[in-house]
Each structure stands twice: as structure tokens, then as C-alpha cells.
Design a protein around this ligand. Structure first.
Ligand code: SAH
Length: 480
């Protein structure tokens, strides 16, 4: 290890930045966040800095650098871009035993600035001993993406309760208690922005930890269900919160729509249970009531249950029923939205769902309504909108026929997108009159039907529409 990583307490300390340009400005910003008294030494200042000097945040000495500027300094930073000045700062600092950083010159520096992820009070610092700053920044980005944005709030939440826990629990129990807080319901709540829920979870856990020697283990109070949207299939389209909770879950109950690539992102030790609907099975599917029972049973055992559903849990996903049943049984739960299939498919096929001048609204419809007279087909057939049919593949003919009968033109662009965002994705573009023909017939579930002028907009925008001979039916099949 070439450098020792440490965190310096700089509150009210005199830190001298030599230089008045953009880089000096950035260093000054960083230092001010620590509460340091920043003194800028520079004959001239960058305009960003002038207003901050005027407001009193920074002290400015409009002078050329002199060694005496470093008297009483805790740190020195040379950011002048002038070799001889930087060298003079370095010499003066070393003579006074003041740690010095010369920007972009590790050989003159006695300390270097790491790349940081700031979730104060949690701060992650990454360094490469000055050898590969770009690599350090890349590592920083990876960490940035992996850490929840409310990590700082969680640290404060725990900090505020430290002394209380110290009084309530013996030394041995404390560590296990905090482990449970970090990995459990309390942290999940804080990270989701639900502080009242977090407080309740924390108090319940504290009570349980105090009673662990008694017959009441209290485990039943501690389980929780996460209703997680898995997105349309590509695991990179999971939300960060989905990933974080999948890494914590003890049990994962997943649907048919959830592909193996997404399941691989769950915790290795988690028990994975398939509860998807199997077409052709005797009863047609795992009854919804069985799924409810499983969720409740596991949660009551004190387990963290991830109920992983394709797309978004609240779009044709029966998430509403599951939340209701959990609430009725007093099981704490958290809903994590996912990218619904329509959004995944539209992005993957370059179809803007709304577009100025072409489409002012978008409607998601379940294809199950193909035979349903209660649906207002006339309003779905109107111009200047986009309609997306879920679960419509088997009823394609009926849907198309209904739309045409309600007044939608035969030439209205339409697309079928099968297995959107997955490696096997296929897109068929055609017109309403022809989509159910040859190309469309080859499409199987899961697939979406998108109807509207926007279907022709982006992909076909530059190329003039080519009249399609009737016998080629659905014209374009694009394996993507
Ligand atoms: N909750 C899910 C929808 C469940 S209904 C969501 O928000 O996406 C199941 C239907 O979703 C399928 O019949 C199909 O129409 C659609 N669907 C789900 N994933 C899809 C995908 N990757 N590509 C195309 N359609 C998909």
C-alpha cells in the first residue's frame, strides 16, 4: 500500500489553496463541504470563485504565493498550472510539515485526493496511488451505482439510536441487533424513504432482541414481503432498489414472465419458488390463493419474501390483490415499481408511445377484453393516440376486428413485439389490416400489440412508407 487512506477532520482548519482557476475552485468546493476555512492565494480569480469570496465563504489573498502563506495551515493544495509556483508550494509545505497536494503531480504531493462517493456521513474513497485516476473514477461509478441514495439517511438513523441501543442491550446482543437492522426491514424502509415505517420496524426489532430469551421469539413480527417489478426481461432493466432487495430476500416467489437472467440476480442462498401460471395445467395455474398463502406463511416465519413479478406489479400483475391481502393480514410490505412491458417494448423497438402531433395519449389494455362489449372500442379506435394490448396474442384476430369495426383505419400502423428486451426479441411491423396475417401469426406469448401512428414514426420515419403487397401480409420481421 503506497498511501494510507484516512478521513481528516478539517472543521475550522486553515487550508490554503494556491491558484484561482477552475481546478482550484473545485478543490475549494470539496474542502468547504468539510467545514474547512479555505484561503485562496492567487493574483486573479476565476469568476465562479469571485462571488463566493464576496459572500464570505472563502478568504482571498490577491497576492503571488509566498512560503509564509502556509504558516498555521493544516493542508496545502497547489493548483496553479505553473510548474515553478507548484514546486515552491511543495517546498514550503514540506519545510513546515504541512501535507501538500500538487494537482496532477503525485511526485510532488505528500497526499492525494481520492475519487469519492459521498453519502454523508458514509463516504467511500477510491485511490490508485496516482497511477490511474480514470480507473479510480470508473470504480467510483460502479460503487455509486450500487449504493442506495439514502445510505446517509440510514447512517444517521442508526447514529441517532446508538446510545439508546447501548442502554437497552448487552454488548453481545448489540452487534447481532445492528446486523438485523442493516439487513432487515428497518433499513429497507429508510432506504425507501419511509421513516415512520422504519421507526416502527426498529422498535419491534428492539423489543424482540430484548425478549429473545423468553418464549416469544417475535419472529412473526419481523417478516416482510417485497412486491418487486422485475421489468420486461433484460436484467439490466431492474431498478437499483429491486436489486438491493433481491440481494436480501430469503425466499423468492417468481412468475413465469421472470427469466433466468433476472433470477440470477437474487441472493445465491435464497429459496426460489416458481408460482407462475402454467398454461395447460389441470387447473390452469397456481391459484392466486396459494400464492397469498405462501407469502403470508413465509413472512410469518420471519423471512424476507421477494414476490417477483414481470414488468410492474401494478400493471396487469394482480399486485393490487396481493397488497390488499397482505394489508388485511397485517404483513408489512413494500412495492418496488418495475419497467412495464409496454415501456420496455417501445424502447426496444424505437416506438415513441407519445409523439407531438401524432399521439397525445397512451392506453394500456388487457387483450382479455377482446370479447368484452363493456369496453369502449370506439374511443380506442380514435386517432392521435397509442393503444398497447397486453396478453393479446391469442386474441389478435378479435382485437383487430373490433378496432376496425369501431372505425380504426386499415392502414393504421401496428406492431407486435415478442419477448421485448430479451435476446430472442422479435418485432413485426405492419398495418392493422395485415398484422394478424402471416408474420403476426408466428408471434407467441409473451408479446404486446402496439397500435397507432407512432409505430411508423421513428423506425420508418426516414424511409417513405412502402406499399406492401397483400400476400406478404405482415411485412417486416426483424430479429433484433
Ligand atoms: N405486469 C406485467 C404484465 C403482466 S401481463 C408488466 O407490467 O409488464 C402479461 C403480459 O405482459 C404478456 O401476455 C405480454 O403481453 C406482456 N409482456 C410481459 N413481458 C413482455 C415482454 N418481455 N415482451 C412482450 N410482452 C411482454
Amino acid at each position: 500500500m503506497d498511501y494510507l487512506p484516512v478521513f481528516l477532520q478539517l472543521r475550522s482548519a486553515r487550508v490554503v489553496v494556491v491558484g484561482g482557476g477552475r481546478i482550484a475552485s473545485r478543490k475549494a468546493d470539496l474542502l468547504l463541504r468539510t467545514g474547512a476555512r479555505v484561503v485562496l492565494v492567487a493574483p486573479q480569480l476565476h469568476e465562479d470563485l469571485r462571488s463566493r469570496v464576496a459572500s464570505g465563504e472563502l478568504t482571498h489573498l490577491a497576492e503571488s504565493f509566498a512560503p509564509a502563506h502556509l504558516d498555521g495551515a493544516t493542508l496545502a493544495i497547489a493548483a496553479t498550472g505553473l510548474e515553478h509556483v507548484n514546486a515552491a508550494v511543495c517546498d514550503a509545505a514540506r519545510a513546515r510539515n504541512v501535507p501538500v497536494n500538487v494537482v496532477d503531480d503525485a511526485s510532488l504531493s505528500t497526499f492525494i485526493f481520492p475519487a469519492i462517493v459521498d453519502r454523508s456521513p458514509v463516504v467511500v474513497a477510491v485511490g490508485s496511488a496516482g497511477q490511474a485516476p480514470v480507473l479510480s473514477r470508473w470504480v467510483r461509478e460502479q460503487i455509486e451505482a450500487a449504493l442506495p441514495s439514502r445510505l446517509g439517511a440510514l447512517a444517521r438513523f442508526m447514529g441517532e439510536r446508538r446510545s439508546g441501543v447501548q442502554r437497552a442491550l448487552g454488548a453481545a446482543a448489540r452487534r447481532a441487533f445492528w446486523e438485523r437492522i442493516v439487513r432487515g426491514r428497518t433499513a429497507a424502509r429508510v432506504l425507501a424513504g419511509d421513516e415512520p415505517g422504519a421507526r416502527r420496524a426498529f422498535e419491534a426489532q428492539l423489543l424482540v432482541s430484548q425478549l429473545t430469551t423468553s418464549a416469544v421469539t417475535g419472529d412473526s413480527a419481523l417478516g416482510e414481503v417485497y412486491l418487486i417489478g422485475a421489468g420486461p426481461g433484460d436484467p439490466d432493466l431492474l431498478t437499483l432498489r429491486a436489486l438491493q432487495l433481491l440481494q436480501q430476500a430469503d425466499v423468492v416467489l417468481y412468475d413465469r414472465l421472470v427469466p433466468p437472467a433476472v433470477l440470477e440476480r437474487t441472493r445465491r442462498e435464497a429459496r426460489r419458488i416458481f408460482v407462475g401460471k402454467v398454461h395447460g395445467a389441470a387447473d390452469g395455474h397456481t391459484p392466486q390463493a396459494d400464492i397469498h398463502e405462501l407469502m403470508i406463511r413465509f413472512a410469518r416465519q420471519g423471512l424476507k419474501v421477494a414476490r417477483l413479478k414481470g414488468g410492474d406489479p401494478f400493471i396487469f400483475g394482480r399486485g393490487g390483490e396481493e397488497v390488499e391481502i397482505l394489508a388485511r393480514h397485517g404483513i408489512p410490505h413494500l412495492v418496488v415499481p418495475g419497467i412495464t412491458a409496454a415501456l420496455g417494448a417501445a424502447a426496444a423497438a424505437d416506438i415513441p408511445l407519445t409523439l407531438r402531433g401524432l399521439s397525445q395519449s397512451v392506453t394500456f389494455v388487457t387483450g382479455h377484453v377482446a370479447q368484452d362489449d363493456s369496453l369502449d372500442w370506439r374511443s380506442l379506435a380514435r386517432a392521435r393516440q397509442t393503444v398497447v394490448f397486453y396478453m393479446g396474442v391469442g386474441k389478435l384476430e378479435a382485437i383487430v376486428q373490433r378496432l376496425r369495426a369501431a372505425g380504426a383505419p386499415d392502414t393504421l400502423p401496428a406492431a407486435l413485439i415478442e419477448r421485448a428486451t430479451m435476446p430472442e426479441q422479435r418485432v413485426v411491423r405492419s398495418t392493422l389490416a395485415q398484422i394478424a396475417g402471416r408474420g403476426g401469426a408466428g408471434i407467441s406469448s409473451p408479446a404486446l400489440l402496439i397500435v397507432g401512428e407512432v409505430v411508423g414514426a421513428a423506425a420508418g420515419a426516414e424511409t417513405a412508407p412502402v406499399p406492401v403487397p397483400a400476400d406478404t401480409a405482415a411485412d417486416l420481421i426483424q430479429p433484433t
